[in-house]
Write a protein that binds this ligand. Structure first.
Ligand code: HEC
Ligand code: HEC
Length: 218
């Protein structure tokens, strides 16, 4: 059990919880919930104050979910269920705010890149050389890492458009649908988009822009 429930402060139902690794053998505890009422209005990323922890926000989480928001939250290093930086676990400590910033980039470097380049290379060996730029494009240079990346091939907005890709590039399409999308969704611990029901947030749109644009349509 990653979250601690008290009689008067139960864990909101349906939590996805776990730990992710950061440099220096740091483990950070996270939790996510989907909205309990539609229509889904987005996900609130709840970052706590100094000395706080996920459990303190259970009531807020439940309120947000009832209003149609998913919630994602984590314990900062040195707090709650995350690793301590000092031998005294009761003292919070962080060298600089940049440490907090780095945690996400390391997750990408340690987990996402090695896993995905192996998958991509199984389709085309040129992707063994895959790096942050393959997905992030200019965002890897200016360090914004903004996704979706408009320089990746734009995807069509129509059924006919998809039928054309299916005919011309069946292997790549198959790979994107059956490997890249589910694998990335699992790595990022985001529910995978199901085009039939339009539920779940991680779909092609996280990486690719849809519609006409500067980049060539595939
Ligand atoms: C396989 C494709 C892929 C590769 C390779 C990849 N990323 Fe990402 N990255 C993503 C996706 C997709 C997101 C958006 C996740 C989301 O929105 O849930 C993301 C998000 C990020 C973010 C958060 C951006 C923000 O807006 O807050 C950072 C930082 C980041 N990546 C850094 C990196 C670094 C550094 C590397 C190389 C070590 C890297 N990524 C390699 C796909 C990739
Ligand atoms: C994690 C990011 C990511 C996700 C999610 C993703 N793609 Fe891709 N896609 C890429 C990358 C990276 C390339 C390779 C671009 C390159 O070679 O420059 C690519 C290439 C493609 C291509 C062009 C292949 C070619 O050879 O021209 C198509 C078509 C495509 N993706 C379709 C999809 C579809 C459909 C989905 C959703 C089911 C999807 N992609 C999901 C990252 C992603």
């Amino acid at each position: 059990m990653d979250l601690i429930a008290l009689a008067k402060n139960p864990v909101p139902s349906g939590a996805t919880t776990g730990y992710f690794n950061c440099p220096g053998k740091i483990k950070l505890r996270f939790a996510r919930w989907q909205a309990t009422r539609g229509p889904e209005r987005g996900t609130v990323c709840l970052f706590q104050g100094r000395g706080e922890f996920i459990e303190k926000y259970f009531e807020v989480v439940a309120d947000l979910r009832r209003r149609g928001f998913g919630v994602a939250t984590m314990d900062w290093r040195g707090q709650g269920g995350s690793s301590r930086m000092l031998s005294n676990p009761n003292k919070g400590f962080v060298r600089s705010f940049a440490d907090f910033d780095q945690d996400l980039a390391y997750f990408m470097k340690e987990v996402v890149l090695p896993t995905m380049s192996k998958e991509f290379a199984s389709v085309d060996p040129k992707y063994a050389e895959m790096n942050c730029k393959t997905c992030h494009g200019k965002g890897a240079e200016d360090k914004t890492f903004k996704m979706p990346n408009p320089d990746l091939p734009h995807l069509p907005t129509t059924q006919e458009g998809f039928a054309k890709i299916k005919q011309e590039k069946p292997k790549v399409l198959q790979f994107m649908v059956t490997v890249v999308k589910p694998k990335m969704a699992a790595l990022l611990k985001e529910p995978e988009m199901d085009p039939a029901t339009k539920t779940g947030e991680f779909g092609c749109q996280k990486c690719h822009v849809f519609g006409e644009g500067t980049a060539k349509t595939p």
